[in-house]
Write a protein that binds this ligand. Structure first.
Ligand code: PLP
Length: 832
């Protein structure tokens, strides 16, 4: 195939596997179409062409991948391992094209083959291996690690079914199974020979070995095999191509065989089904902990495989296990991988015969822990019976860690039994539970929060006792997001304007955007800036029309709130404002010369009834408002279904206003807020999470601030919050709530939103009503600012200009320097 010359195309000498010119890419795509996808061009579907292109791009990454692996294997260097139950990496094709710098050539090569790059890009299924912010953060960090040339591996779970696809039917969320693997995944390389066994259940036996040493043997009742599934993670315009290694569970053949030989064929099949269930599905809860047995099994499974993998690499290098902490530094992304503390101890003590104290020193020097939430209901705990049944030996190890820890506490705080009970790894206040955040903190050398405010609150609240005991252990690393995906890839027009204005270096040094400040008042530049935004809004408007049939005006103020649906994120506060505005417009109480388009997106956890009701409220408001002819040209409401990374690409760049309105103290950091800021949206927000730092960077005058502070939230609650009072004293709020309760947004059915309205009036755990009036007033300031386009554009430019801090490159730089003590390693291609 590849040898057939296409008329009018010059043949190059570059290899079809690695060449980057148009002809080599064209030949590569044809080769892969025929030889890997096994389809002749004449009958290939667009999906076949997508696969062929993906393989062609992957070919260009493989030499870099091999060079990276060889370099890490050969040298005495430290590798950062990022352990996370979620990696929300998003579509890979576009990002890899950008990182290789071959988008234009690929586009041209495809054109010669009669294919359109954008059409192929749109076909890619995204690996939805995460719920939201936490999983996306892990993905941004892998991007920065590779771009900064840091030796690193991401370890996680290769879920067969990721986060569900969201459909909206009759205004309600319907969950549809995610089938991301159905058509094959060209980015994944399965390595059946990289596999480990993980035990579950059974019992332990102790005794002395031949040398007279005390030894514990764990005899599990069930073994599961973990197989490595690797995805290359290429950095931006560097040779570093790191690995995301996800574990897939398989049945252990020998076990099957035993049962099979005993004649119990169905038992054998059953075992296989159970084992393969382990990595089947991602738990769809974003925050509150479910306490499910399978989830604990998933956590132990991927942690054990990952630690065994590190041990094997150490063995391959010929290093003794006592050097584990010198060779690996391991970050725990929230408590999901916290069982690593017990498992690393088990591997060192039980399997490698390292004395306890030495093993403990290695463990603490290896591990560090990132806390992601202060919400008490989200802090992970596991009941002892469940834990013991599944992981008897790790539980014994946790007991021993705790016994020693409590002994030292008794010396430090003699007689302070209340404090000791608070700090124990076991919560004995009710039904006994293992506290995973405590386990992570005790077993790590560093603990960090994810924004300045969050880290401060962490030290003052949930981790207070620990911060008093080990103040030097606590850090802050404010989150960041990758400008490659969230600017260069998803906002090419802005990227090109930035290239022309401040030079291309901003992509890897985002602080260079500060140079934009000089153009903030330049009329010609302002016009270009507005053109870029307007163009992005047209693209989003087209998508909205395509998926919802709603026609929106690209000249309206695009007011966007996209994120998981949760009471603490307060999408319902936004909804209350829309209803208020709607009432004002109907009565001509609002001049209505700021046409607004409110756009929502986000998934609700399937079992979270209130969040699902919030979606229904938004779609109910949309139905009424969008069908009211009096609102034409004034007000539109859109719920954009299935918010995921792919959709995020054209949502963030189109925003004029970013809604970051969580109750102060509840959002640990947020990262959506950063993506909006980089793309020139202004923020309306509370003093919560990274909003505080966003405002600090942007300047108070370029941020719309409202709402109670964390201190005020606490005192309102302390003094006995009575939400109904706010409704009693505010006629507009009362009317808004009455409309909802009366069925105005539920086709006359007053039952539908009863639970939501009652909850707000009677409990209102997230102070929606307390912040309502200030929010409405702040929205009026937003409208006033919009009426002055020169001022608005200036604010928009300054937000982008001052967003440099929120690059994940800065965040990863801080982890490397303060927590991991690790430096870059240059990868060259001459060794392969
Ligand atoms: C950035 C991102 C999030 C996190 O958004 P927040 O506003 O910080 O909650 C969630 N989901 C996707 C798909 C994202 O890209």
């Amino acid at each position: 195939m590849a040898s057939i010359p296409t008329p009018g195309v010059t043949r190059s000498d570059e290899s079809a596997r690695s060449g980057l010119d148009v002809d080599a890419l064209r030949r590569g795509v044809l080769d892969n179409l025929v030889c890997l996808q096994a389809r002749p061009p004449g009958i290939a579907t667009t999906h076949d062409w997508y696969m062929a292109l993906a393989y062609t791009v992957r070919d260009r990454m493989l030499a870099r991948w091999a060079a990276t692996i060889l370099t890490y294997a050969a040298s005495e260097l430290r590798v950062a391992c990022y352990l996370s139950a979620e990696f929300l990496i998003g579509p890979q094709l576009g990002n890899n094209l950008v990182n290789l710098g071959i988008e234009a050539n690929v586009r041209a090569a495809l054109r010669e083959l009669g294919q359109d790059l954008d059409e192929l890009l749109a076909l890619e299924e995204e690996p939805g291996l995460g719920n939201g912010g936490l999983g996306r953060l892990a993905a941004c960090y892998l991007d920065s690690l590779a771009t900064l040339e840091i030796p690193s591996v991401g370890y996680g779970i290769r879920y067969e079914f990721g986060i569900f696809d969201q459909e909206i039917r009759d205004g309600c969320q319907v969950e549809v199974t995610d089938k991301w693997l159905q058509q094959g995944n060209p980015w994944e390389i399965v390595r059946p020979n990289v596999n480990y066994y993980v035990g579950f259940g059974g019992h332990t036996e102790s005794g002395n070995d031949a040398q007279g040493r005390y030894k514990v043997r764990w005899i599990p009742s069930r073994m599961v095999k973990g197989v490595a599934c690797d995805t290359p993670m290429l950095g931006f315009r560097v040779n570093t191509c790191n690995t995301l290694r996800l574990w897939k569970s398989e049945a252990v053949e020998s076990f099957d065989l035993q049962d099979f030989n005993a004649g119990d064929y169905y038992q054998a099949v059953q075992e296989k089904v159970i084992s393969e269930t382990l990595s089947k599905v991602l738990y769809p809860n974003d925050e509150p902990e479910a306490g499910k047995r399978l989830r604990l099994a998933q956590q132990y499974f991927f942690v054990s495989c990952s630690l065994q993998d590190m041990m094997r690499l150490l063995d391959l290098k010929g290093e003794p296990v006592t050097r584990f902490a010198d060779m690996f530094t391991t970050q725990l992304n929230d408590t999901h991988p916290s069982i690593a503390v017990a498992e690393l101890m088990r591997l060192l003590v039980d399997e490698r015969m390292i004395p306890w104290d030495e093993a403990w020193d290695i463990t603490c020097r290896t591990l560090s822990y990132t806390n992601h939430t202060l919400l008490p209901e989200a802090l992970e705990t596991w009941g002892l019976p469940l834990f013991r049944g599944l992981l008897p030996r790790p539980l014994e190890i946790i007991y021993e860690i705790n016994r020693r820890f409590l002994d030292t506490l008794r010396q430090t705080y003699p007689g302070d039994e209340a404090r000791i009970a608070r700090m124990s790894l076991i919560d004995e206040s009710g039904e006994k539970k293992v506290r995973m955040a405590h386990l992570s903190t005790v077993g790590s050398h560093a603990v960090n929060g994810v924004a300045a405010l969050h880290s401060t609150l962490l030290r003052q609240t949930v981790m207070r006792d620990f911060a008093e005991l080990w103040p030097e252990r606590f850090h802050n690393v404010t989150n960041g997001v990758t400008p490659r995906r969230f600017m260069l890839l998803s906002n090419p027009e802005l990227a090109s304007l930035l290239d022309r204005t401040v030079g291309e270096g901003w992509v890897t040094d985002l602080t260079r955007l500060r140079k934009l400040e000089a153009y903030a008042d330049d009329a010609a530049f302002q016009a270009q800036w507005r053109n870029v935004k307007r163009s992005n809004k047209k693209i989003l408007a087209e998508r909205i029309r395509h998926v919802t049939d709603i026609v929106v005006n690209p000249d309206a103020l695009f007011d966007i709130q996209v994120k998981r649906i949760h009471e603490y994120k307060r999408q319902h506060l936004n909804a209350l404002y829309i209803i208020t505005l709607y009432q004002r417009l109907r009565r001509n109480l609002d001049p209505g010369n700021v046409p607004r388009c409110f756009i929502f997106g986000g998934k609700a956890a399937p079992g979270y009834a209130m969040a699902k009701l919030m979606i229904r409220l938004i779609t109910g408001i949309a139905e009424v408002v969008n069908n009211d002819p009096a609102m034409d040209g004034k007000l539109k409401v859109v719920f954009y279904p299935d918010f995921n990374v792919k959709n995020a690409h054209f949502i963030y760049p189109a925003a004029d206003l970013s809604e970051q309105i969580s109750t102060a103290g509840k959002e640990a950091s947020g990262t959506g807020n950063m993506k909006f800021m980089m793309n020139g949206a202004l923020t309306i927000g509370t003093l919560d999470g990274a909003n505080v730092e966003i405002r600090e960077e942007a300047g108070d005058e370029n941020f719309f601030l409202f709402g109670l502070t964390t201190g005020q939230v606490d005192s309102v609650k302390r003094e006995g919050y009575r939400p109904a009072r706010h409704a009693e004293s505010n006629a507009e709020l009362r009317e808004t709530l009455d409309l909802i309760a009366g069925g105005y947004f539920s086709r006359g059915d007053p039952q539908v939103f009863r639970p939501l309205v009652n909850n707000l009036l009677q409990v209102d755990p997230f102070l929606v009503l307390a912040d309502y009036a200030d929010y409405v007033a702040c929205q009026e300031r937003v409208s006033a600012a919009w009426l002055d386009p020169v001022r608005w554009t200036r604010m928009s430019i300054l937000n982008t200009a001052r967003s440099g801090k929120f690059s994940s490159d800065r965040a990863i730089g801080e982890y490397c320097e303060r927590i991991w003590k690790i430096s870059p390693v240059r990868i060259t291609l001459d060794q392969i």
